[in-house]
Ligand binder design. Structure first.
Ligand code: CUA
Length: 180
């Protein structure tokens, strides 16, 4: 017997399926159906799911939109690298850049107001993880992830990168201020 020789029984596919095999096929199909319905169920009931949208963009377009927001609404700078702290108007579109290894710029938002976040990467895959809230969004170059966020708590929040992106991954930490 070799893999090159034809099987000895020529019509091997026409034999009856064993009971145990049928049972497993049945279990797999039922489980697949359950999991399919769990997707919309988790979306509506699960508290960890964001209703995010994704649109095609480019690094140049996203950078230009972010820079326009920074130019218009920067209120101060922070640190040695003079990170802009941007306070966009309530309810406006907010742009955030992920890149090796920054979240740019720092945002200052108002508690109880909704903002439409546009998050994209200029280079690599990153993971937006808002702490300590634990709100997560995949950030992929070529797409902007759009999420409506309404901060319900004042304070300082960190954005941690939770997708390994190279030697500076652990230093990729951003900041969001929420004021009363
Ligand atoms: Cu960006 Cu890890």
């Amino acid at each position: 017997m070799s893999s090159l020789a034809p099987p000895s029984k020529r019509i091997w596919w026409n034999e009856p399926v064993e009971g145990a095999e049928l049972l497993w096929i049945g279990i797999a199909v039922v489980w697949g159906v359950i999991m399919t319905f769990m997707m919309p169920y988790w979306h509506v009931v699960g508290k960890q799911n964001l209703s995010s949208e994704a649109y095609r963009t480019t690094a140049a377009i996203h950078q230009a939109k972010t820079q326009a927001m920074i130019d218009q609404y920067t209120v101060r700078t922070e640190g040695e690298r003079k990170f802009p702290v941007v306070a966009p108007p309530e309810g406006s579109d907010v742009y955030l850049i992920a890149r090796l290894w920054d979240w740019w710029p720092i945002l200052e938002l108002k508690k109880g107001k909704s903002y439409r976040f546009h998050i994209s990467s200029l280079d690599w895959q990153h993971g937006f993880s808002l702490q300590p809230t634990n709100l997560n969004v995949q950030v992929v170059p070529g797409y902007e992830m759009v999420v409506t966020l309404t901060p319900n708590q004042a304070g300082q929040f960190s954005i941690v990168c939770n997708e390994y992106c190279g030697i500076g991954h652990h230093t990729m930490v951003g900041k969001i201020y929420v004021t009363e």
